[in-house]
Design a protein around this ligand. Structure first.
Ligand code: 6R9
Length: 694
């Protein structure tokens, strides 16, 4: 449910005045009437007057230029950064149409730059070396530290020098498996400095998941940490890394070197397995290295990093990003969508193991020279007031989190929020999944005291940066809508046959041209890149999300239309969970579907058919075993919320599992099962309905 519209009669709108035939004529501006004001949140006037973009008109003007004259628009944006060699024009060249040849995207052709230089050195050279880059807050209250841009530069240089000394250089893959300490972005930046390609794996994935990513990218070096504390739990990360390395070795891949940060507030050194011939302590490695390290100038289109993400089929894909386009895209969205100004204290609660932590912790904020909070812990430890305590402690002004965290805290009540002032906040953001209007309103009224705009940012690992998002000084907000496209993004709503729909419409979301930060390929697998994103709808980038455009041109994301579950903002492929379940000897077949979940957005619901010798329902212990199997194969984030024993699964006569029907059974929408007569055995549906919850 997303609509908050009060009906068409309350809404005035105007087309863009310059041309009815404009390719952007879907974009209409809402003219709120008094009756509609309750559903539309205009920018706070004091924020708007000082914002980078102060009105919808100005946004529309800039947007139009970004599409019609990308050389001028993006050239201007890019001039905020240092380029060792300038680009030639046209600034962008691409092919999105597989019928015309390989899909390719080039931004800033011929230019050379360096992400680390622009994130760190540029600020130090401009005299901002003493500005705080990271305000680190550990898992336990009272454990914290601060680090300036100059200190970051020194650490990055020492680490980059050490990496070179162990033979890591341009184009080499480095796997990073670390908690949210400053060493994590530092490791990413050190790779960027010397042209190594980082692949950060969230330090919550299992040894098996870590090893498959290390194998896929043939990583020679792993940077990790002794452990992590999350809430009351301690995780021995190094032990997991050792298990992953053993799994790689069994498949013939030798990981030569492991760098281990000694995270003493999590674990003692003596509790950490250590192989002296292969493992090196971070401190011992960096101490003797010079504190200066020249940057390597890289072509704008060389790979910056890869990040594995789940899709509807197969194993997770290595989404590969660029250098120049990624820099300009993540930097510009950070500046405009969060309306960042020097003096702001920014806090994004995402982990660097996800794209949000790449673009809106390590890169976007640092390209803008921002001061930011890095938090190791969880929102509810030691209690549900922790986030607001941290906001007050550091005077956070820009706060960015996920709807699942908001819902979890909302469920704990207002008291833990009201204990803290939160007066420093001026803007709130969300990312990861659609935000339901109830959570939006709580975030707005209780967290932001009805004072702060909420930027609902829609984007993906693949898009590199926000693609739909309001601009806080310009856009009137509707709770639950990611509103309008960011500069350079040309979204379309397509019907199932790939026709572009005009005006108010519901369909799938696609983009018809590249923006600077779009992914460049699936690493080592261009074919999979084209098949996944460019084959179903020819000539478009297909997002995998459903979408509705309302009568005012606002975009509402309705969720994935493929077999991807959005569980607490994490993407989980149903096929991955199914393959994990099937590895258990008792399981004959498994089918996994999403189910609505109050806190997580979507839960993971697994139908499991057992091997013949098992009776239904089996012993309760088997459920625990299956859950443990998934946790050890993928990681705790993929833990099924329900396991439903299924003596039979609804299948077509050709043997295809009818997931549509399973989704309805899981969601208790029996009345909407639709036509079951095409099933090979319609009686299995009855059995499943009668055993739901057993
Ligand atoms: C950044 C990130 C991408 C998927 C995406 C969509 C969902 C993200 C959203 C949103 C509605 C938003 N999604 N932001 N849905 N409104 N503001 O989350 O990347 O992990 O790759 O997930 O998340 O379904 O396709 P990623």
């Amino acid at each position: 449910r997303c609509s908050v519209s009060t009906g068409p009669c309350f809404w005035g709108y105007r087309f863009w005045t310059h041309s009815q035939a404009s390719p952007h004529r879907w974009m209409r501006q809402a003219l709120p009437t008094a009756a509609a004001v309750a559903d539309l949140f205009p920018p706070p006037p004091d924020l708007a007057s000082k914002a980078h973009v102060t009105s919808q008109d100005e946004y529309e003007r800039m947007y139009r230029q970004s599409i019609e004259d990308p050389d001028a628009f993006w050239g201007d944006q890019a001039s905020s950064y240092h380029w060792e060699t300038p680009w030639s024009t046209p600034i962008v060249d691409y092919n999105f149409d597989v019928r015309k040849g390989p899909v390719q995207i080039t931004w800033f052709p011929g230019a050379r730059t360096n992400l680390c230089y622009n994130a760190v050195d540029r600020h130090v050279l401009a005299g901002d070396g003493d500005k705080v880059a990271f305000l680190w807050e550990g898992n336990d209250p009272g454990v914290s530290s601060a680090m300036t841009y100059r200190q970051v530069q020194e650490q990055v240089c020492r680490l980059a020098n050490w990496m070179k000394s162990v033979g890591v250089g341009k184009g080499d893959d480095v796997t990073i498996y670390m908690p949210m300490t400053p060493e994590l972005p530092i490791a990413m930046l050190a790779c960027a400095r010397i042209g190594a390609v980082h692949s950060v794996v969230f330090a919550g994935f299992s040894a098996a998941s870590l090893s498959s990513r290390m194998l896929d990218s043939s990583a020679k070096l792993v940077v990790t940490s002794s452990g992590v504390r999350r809430g009351p739990k301690v995780l021995n990360l190094k032990q997991i890394v050792d298990e992953a390395i053993a799994l790689c070795a069994a498949k013939g891949h030798d990981v030569g070197t492991v760098l281990v940060e000694d995270h003493q507030t999590a674990l003692n050194r003596s509790d950490v397995p250590f192989t002296p011939s292969r493992d090196v302590w971070w401190h011992d490695a960096l101490a003797p290295q010079p504190a200066e390290c020249p940057v390597l100038w890289l072509d704008s289109e060389e790979p910056s990093f890869k990040l594995y993400t789940s899709g509807s089929t197969g194993t997770p894909k290595a989404v590969q990003h660029s250098i120049g386009g990624y820099m300009v895209g993540s930097g510009a969205t950070f500046k405009y969508v969060f309306d960042y100004r020097p003096g702001d204290v920014y806090w994004c609660t995402a982990d660097c193991g996800w794209i949000t932590g790449h673009s809106y912790v390590t890169y976007g904020p640092m390209f803008n020279g921002a001061t930011q909070v890095l938090f190791e812990g969880v929102p509810t430890y030691p209690d549900a007031g922790r986030m607001w305590e941290i906001v007050d402690k550091y005077n956070v002004s820009l706060f960015y989190t996920a709807p699942t965290a908001i819902r979890a805290l909302m469920a704990k009540g207002d008291e833990q929020v009201k204990k803290y002032s939160r007066q420093s906040l001026r803007l709130l953001g969300t990312v990861g999944e659609p935000i339901n209007p109830e959570a939006w309103r709580w975030y707005h009224e209780v967290i932001g005291d009805s004072r702060c705009p909420i930027v609902d940012t829609y984007w993906q690992t693949e898009t590199g940066a926000h693609v739909l998002a309001p601009l806080p000084g310009a856009t009137a907000l509707k709770p639950g809508s990611a509103t309008f496209p960011f500069f350079g993004v040309q979204p379309v709503v397509l019907d199932d046959n790939g026709n572009e729909l005009e005006g108010p419409a519901t369909g799938v979301l696609a983009m018809k041209a590249p923006w600077p930060s779009i992914m460049r390929t699936v690493s080592g697998n261009q074919q999979r890149f084209e098949e996944t994103y460019f084959s179903l709808f020819k000539g478009y980038y297909f997002s995998g999300d459903g979408c509705r455009r309302d009568e005012d041109g606002y975009m509402w994301i309705t969720g994935r239309v493929d077999d991807v579950i959005n569980n607490s903002g994490h993407r989980i492929g149903t096929a991955e969970v199914e393959s994990a379940l099937i590895t258990h000897p008792a399981v004959a077949e498994a089918a996994v579907v999403p189910v609505p979940h109050d806190i997580k957005g979507q839960g993971i619901y697994a139908f499991v058919t057992l091997m013949q010798e098992h009776a239904y329902p089996p012993e309760e212990a088997l459920k625990k075993e299956l859950i443990a199997t998934v946790r050890s194969t993928i990681g705790p984030i993929a833990t099924p919320d329900n396991i439903h024993w299924a003596p039979g699964l609804p299948k077509t006569r050709s043997g295809k599992i009818m997931r549509r029907i399973l989704r309805k059974i899981a969601s208790l929408e029996e009345s909407q099962l639709g036509d079951v007569s095409t099933l090979a055995d319609p009686s299995v549906v009855e059995t499943l309905l009668s055993t739901r919850g057993v």
